[in-house]
Design a protein around this ligand. Sequence first.
Ligand code: PGA
Length: 270
Amino acid sequence: MSPRTPTATGSVKIYRKKIIAGNWKMNKTTGEAKVLVEDIIRDIGKFDEAEIVLCPPFTSLETVSTLLSPINNIRLGAQNLNDKPSGAFTGEISAGMLKDLYVRYVIIGHSERRQFFGEDDATVNRKTIAALHAELRPIVCIGETLPQREGNTWKKVLETQLKGGLAGFTEKELTDIILAYEPVWAIGTGKTATPAQAEETHQFIRHWLAKNFSMAVSERVRIQYGGSVKPENAAELLNQPNIDGALVGGASLDARGFTAIVKNACPSPR
Ligand code: PGA
């Protein structure tokens, strides 16, 4: 549970611990994964100002799981799952299989899954249900394309993704979900939303949660930003009041880059 801390005005402000996740996508052999994780552990294995999650490809989950087993503050995530518990689904991986490897988080509805593998909001909803049933924490991705941003339809697009992806969940379930706002035009392009643009969008998402669930839910749900997050821009983005973490692709493939993002974004208290 998030501790409640009184603000200067006496009202109660919810503390949301920042969550930084590395999405390795289809990169790293098992041997390469081992080297990367060892380097990350060496640098931030005791850093606990943020929740840190590593999402390697399925083939490296077991290796990374073993390496992370004595480490408290870095957790294991997967990049996808199937919504069925088992059966004749060649090439697919179930929530139970992930749990068996001590996976704690799972990315759902990443824009690359939507774009290249035909996933839609209904798929995202089914996968999120499967993850929650297995007590995996879903990281549910939403985001608009460049024409949608430029055509000023991004609010409508995000609303549709939120409505479809989060349909039918209770308030309790919602607070176990992490949202990742990833503008498609910023993923892997080197273009980032400006901190003001990202903050405005996160505020919009939080208002949507307040309107469609409750104020308590909107205050508790963590919303990550993703899209070309780098050591140089992480602090400014993560200093925004409604940005609660980052989903990092390219820059998470390099230990120095990833650990610098974690440290820049969440400096240790002095
Ligand atoms: P990127 O990817 O950091 O390489 O832009 C982010 C993501 O796809 O999660």
